[in-house]
Design a protein around this ligand. Structure first.
Ligand code: EPZ
Length: 422
């Protein structure tokens, strides 16, 4: 297992290109199952999660070809499709459950393994099941698999979700595009990745309105065509790299960055004393003057503060002036980076869904362990600003969601290198 060595090296200055969004690409790829014609995605990120989704789609009978070193992905599901998504693949990546809706819509049958829990929580699927059942799916749990069938195809329906689940919204919307009649999804998630999915489905001939709001209306059609669609900028990678100059000092321009993708996050950066300026190419970020100030953070569904930036924000607040309280309201166990940050001298008290961070002047480098994707990058951010060396182990977590981290940070003056493990 590889590790990454980081050594505090002062301010960071330079330009960082932001890739296409992992969490958009992971829902755009299963959309190919909705059409017999090819779907091509451009600006795709080069990540292990994308390779996992590729393997899953190929196991279902989809032909997948990657061009331009993986930035362009063309998929075709014109052949005979297999309705079963195996546990071996699904357990590695929860987003595999996003083939459930498209397979049901296309084949009238889907057998998808329950993903099982992951480091940050139990990750149940009840909201997905309720949403697809509203469209007429009969879903049984058998041997750890969801076995979903429809008699005579899905039928449009009005459904209100108990919680604005991102994945359940995506499964419902994809399935409803081929249902008979009109569907209305209430309390829908509003994330930019859902807006991106709807824009792609519309290119494929779907009739959908309301994306980005809490009510999405879908008029079912008999078939969808192929399309070419650019994956939206990754707002979580963007926010992560915006925090690099915030933690270390200096000024970094994030190419492709857009404030509308991260308004709540940018408001918190401003309150903490970080300046964010829109440029022609993206967002320029710098620490204003003096020490970062403590701020309180509550994670919420979009447009609130994103849970996927909570760990990274905690790294910034570890050296802020004052005390910050972070409340994690989306996942039940998403503070595992806290004990690792404490190994670097951070002062953090975790009680249930609240973490209280008492800012210290400086963190000190130490060997630490990545526990999940976003925790891994928060430890790297902390190491960039710490005195001495930090070695982050188990960086396979990192490679799931961040392409070429060392390269992007080296270009801004960071002291960072990958240590190949056995
Ligand atoms: C998506 O996961 C993202 N993943 C997550 O990013 C992100 O943290 C999450 O949305 C919230 O924004 C992808 O898009 C691939 P949810 P998803 O359904 O769809 C509970 C990352 O780091 N829930 O909105 O799984 C669930 O347990 C990843 O890139 C149910 O109880 O998120 C969680 O507590 C991590 N029953 C909350 O809702 C369900 O049926 C939010 O889940 C579904 C979800």
């Amino acid at each position: 297992m590889d590790s990454i060595l980081v050594k505090g090296n002062g301010a960071l200055n330079g330009v960082i290109p932001i890739a296409g969004a992992k969490n958009a690409c992971l829902t755009l790829m299963p959309a190919t199952l909705l059409s017999e014609e090819p779907l091509t995605l451009t600006n795709a990120p080069r990540l292990s999660d994308i390779r996992t989704m590729t393997s899953l789609l190929e196991s279902l009978g989809v032909e997948v070809s990657a061009l331009q070193d993986g930035k362009v992905i063309t998929m075709s599901s014109h052949g005979t499709l297999n309705p079963t998504a195996d546990y071996d693949i699904v357990r590695k990546m929860r987003a595999s459950n996003l083939v459930l809706g498209p397979l049901l819509a296309r084949l009238g049958h889907a057998v998808v393994s329950l993903p099982g829990g992951c480091a940050i929580g139990a990750r149940p699927m009840d909201i997905h099941i309720d949403a697809l059942s509203a469209l007429g799916a009969e879903i049984d749990l058998r041997d750890g698999y969801l076995d979903a069938k429809t008699q005579g195809g899905l039928k449009g329906a009005v459904h209100e979700m108990r919680f604005a689940s991102v994945g359940a919204t995506e499964n419902f919307v994809m399935a409803a595009t081929l249902a008979k009649g009109t569907s209305v999804l209430k309390n829908a998630a509003r994330e930019p990745e859902i807006v991106d999915l709807v824009q792609c489905l519309r290119r494929m001939g779907a009739e959908i309105e309301g994306e980005g709001t809490s009510t999405i209306t879908i008029q079912g059609v008999t078939a969808l065509r192929g399309a070419t669609h650019p994956v939206v900028t990754d707002r979580i990678e963007l926010g992560t790299y915006m925090l690099a100059p915030a933690i270390c000092g200096g000024e970094v321009e994030c190419l492709g960055g857009r404030i509308d993708l991260l308004a709540a996050f940018c408001e918190k950066l401003d309150a903490a004393g970080i300046s964010v300026t829109e440029t022609e190419k993206g967002l320029k970020v710098a620490r204003k003057n003096g020490r970062v100030k403590a701020v309180d953070v509550v994670t919420e569904p979009f447009p609130g503060f994103p849970t996927d930036l909570q760990a990274q924000m905690m790294a910034l607040l570890c050296t802020a002036e004052g005390t910050s309280v972070l409340e994690e309201k989306i996942f039940e166990n998403r503070f595992m980076h806290a004990p690792e940050l404490m190994r670097m001298g951070a002062r953090i008290e975790v009680h249930g869904g609240h973490a209280t961070v008492h800012g210290v002047e400086k963190l000190r480098g130490a060997p630490v362990m990545a526990t999940d994707l976003r925790a891994s990058v928060s430890l790297i951010l902390a190491g960039l600003a710490a005195e001495g060396e930090t070695v982050v182990s188990r960086v396979y977590h990192l490679d799931r969601g961040y392409e070429r981290v060392e390269e992007k940070l080296l270009a801004c003056g960071a002291h960072i290198e990958r240590i190949s493990g056995v």
